[in-house]
Design a protein around this ligand. Sequence first.
Ligand code: ATP
Ligand code: MG
Length: 563
Amino acid sequence: MAQVQRMSRLMVKTLRDDPADAETLSHKLLVRAGYVRRNAAGIWTWLPLGKKVLDNVSRVVREEMDAIGAQEVLLPALLPKEPYEASARWEEYGDLLFRLKDRKGAEYLLGPTHEEIFTLVVKDQVASYKDLPVMLYQIQTKYRDEARPRSGVLRGREFQMKDSYSFDITDEGLAESYGLHRAAYQKIFARLGLDYRIVSAVSGAMGGSASEEFLAPAAAGEDTFVDCPACDYAANTEAVTFKLTPVSEEHGAVEELDTPDTPTIETLAEHLGVPASATLKNLLVKVDGEIVAVGVPGDREVDLGKLGEHLAPAVVELVTAEDFEGRGDLVRGYVGPQGLEKVRYIADPRVAPGTAWITGANKINTHAKNVVAGRDFEVDDYLDVVVVQAGDPCPACGTGLKMDRAIEIGHIFQLGRKYADTFGLDVLGQQGKPVRVTMGSYGIGVSRAVAALAEQSADEQGLCWSKEVAPADVHVVAAGKALQTELALDVSEKLGAAGVRVLVDDRAGVSPGVKFTDAELIGVPTILVAGRRSAEGVVELKDRRTGEREELTVEEAIARLTA
Ligand code: ATP
Ligand code: MG
């Protein structure tokens, strides 16, 4: 027996027009179809239809987490400050964290993610290597004071996340727990009907070694990723690497060029009539207060995020005019690596040994040509630091990469021992000595997945859910007359008795046109209409996705839908 939900009693108010503040398709449609309601920026109510879809996503996630042996728990969202101070994230999260005080003045936060608390729980509950590995998960409300909580439930300030954590003794054990999660995620997203790619990612503030993101390609996505049209390589733009390939060409000697008033790459390239790519741009930054030069081809931009990732935990800042005081060796706008003796030189792999460049001559209004990497200057560190562009070579096969937008729906990390070190998470090992535990952390945006599904599957008429997540299996429409309503309710009862989840539009005084429009907007996979031929016991079945229609007798329709 499955639920038969009557529209006449359902709290749903569909809207013809898009909400004024909505920018993305999922935001517009989820509001218009009566799934969610905005309370404040990034804070949402899940209305009856929306709650059903959210629960369906949670159910799929729960089933697959249980299947890999992860155990469900529920931790508080209101958390004491101390563990987050110990991990330094109380500071590092900055404005993203919701902080509050209790009546005694003690400080708390609303959990943005729970590595600290899970580490403490396991420290308390697990004593011996015999109790490991352990995988724990929860489906819980998370809080992040996002800078731009736009896009509806895609980026909430309060949102639902499945977060899980694995605890192992060995690196191999961690790799295994990670592999189990990865496989479970593949099943979950396939069952939900999401089109997704797995991309390697930088681990960001989390620290640790391996990390992959699950991205759902969609125009509304806030992530950009690169995708190889020829092989299966895909990566977060920040994780793309360029191969260092030394060049063995002969070049003439360094020659100085008189280049008045050319402190920028644009003015220089124009003055010399060369492409920007023939020049070497040297960006000066401060790394933990010390000036460092970063060399990249003149047509490329330095990705400060990538640079920061490479140099973490050192802090990278841009230089200011004051930093040049007393530094006669640094001629602003005319810096060249061949004259930088006291400055660490970092270069992009494109500045490979043997490549020749036009670059600053470390003299005002002067540049130099035939400045060869490895001959005229040494690179201290080759780091991939340029902003990736479409057409850059695929690191796996060399084909020009495509760039696409996507929504991050999941993220898996091999954290290693970072949190175990912070909280002293040890268990008694086989040899009777304490052994430090190694951890993984794994997230799925449960509420975000609803929006991602809406983004990927909607059409001009409205939402269009896959069977696993739809709020009902069949949307029965009673065209209007008493006989039609009677038939619609009768068919609905029979379907419900056979285990089919039914939403039946039995509203009186609502025109058939409005009902059809609402059915398309709400997006249940199959629409059954009790219309013109109701007296003969004939109904129409319509596939919401393909639009295909078919007339069938009531018996045939029921047989079809219960098959
Ligand atoms: P983003 O880069 O989109 O801000 P994140 O990398 O900070 O996300 P994680 O810390 O990896 O997010 O969180 C795990 C998952 O939780 C993400 O993969 C995403 O699906 C989801 N998620 C993160 N932030 C939000 C949010 N503000 N609203 C809804 N879902 C979110
Ligand atoms: Mg992430």
